[in-house]
Design a protein around this ligand. Structure first.
Ligand SMILES: [Mg+2]
Length: 221
């Protein structure tokens, strides 16, 4: 039976990308003409659509104006990241490469479930040399709601799969909530801004990918 492991990117596979983060202030200014402060915005676990929306709402930009500029803003964000990308933007967390290599060629297919725009996610995975491991994905421009990204990942997977055979791996309470809302398994790893004790309500929580046995035992590999 097919099984699918969906990985979050920031704080899970990689460190957060400073250029991606900076691209929000850049497009809020260049497309919407407002000054925003992404660094003080609590964004971890949110989709790029949700972050952009939240930042602009905070500056009292009208819903219609936000929606009308969004397509242009997403293109500008992807261009900004592509033009300014540095090695710090695709730094893998410890043991991630090894874990992916080990999971690859098991009964599990691997996918991405990230708040990053698809163009930005693809670029960072490519640069990090891990894009070939992933056969599907749900991305931040698919929906503002993280749990809905699971539907897109299933659709792009293109094979029939039960929700009970899908596992979502992420580093924030919002990843766990998305898994619950999408009726899939939740795995939490404390390599982002949250500690293991903050990541309650998941089916498995571990500190980092060096705790390989814990993850493999849970997945029965
Ligand atoms: Mg994350």
């Amino acid at each position: 039976m097919a099984k699918l492991l969906l990985f979050d990117i920031d704080g899970t596979l990689m460190e957060e990308s400073p250029t991606h983060t900076a691209s929000f202030n850049y497009v809020c200014s260049s497309i919407y003409g407002v000054t925003t402060d992404i660094d003080s915005f609590p964004r971890h676990g949110m989709t790029d659509t949700g972050i952009l929306y939240g930042l602009l709402k905070k500056e009292n930009v009208e819903d219609d104006q936000i929606r009308n500029g969004m397509k242009k803003a997403f293109s500008a964000m992807a261009e900004y990241v592509s033009a300014n990308l540095k090695p710090d933007d695709y730094k893998l967390l410890e043991n991630v490469g090894h874990i992916l290599e080990r999971l690859h060629n098991t009964t599990y297919s691997l996918g991405i479930l990230t708040g990053n725009l698809q163009a930005i996610a693809s670029l960072r995975l490519e640069k990090a040399g891990i894009s070939s491991y992933f056969v599907t994905g749900g991305y931040g421009d698919d929906s503002r709601v993280r749990s809905e990204l699971v539907n897109y990942a299933i659709e792009r997977f293109g094979k029939s799969i039960e929700r009970e055979d899908i596992y979502l791996i992420g580093d924030t309470p919002l990843d766990i909530r998305a898994a619950r809302d999408a009726s899939v398994n939740a795995i939490a790893v404390a390599t982002g801004v949250y500690k293991a004790s903050d990541l309650t309500g998941s089916d498995l929580v571990f500190n980092n990918f060096k705790e390989e046995k814990k993850l493999m035992d849970f997945l029965k590999i």
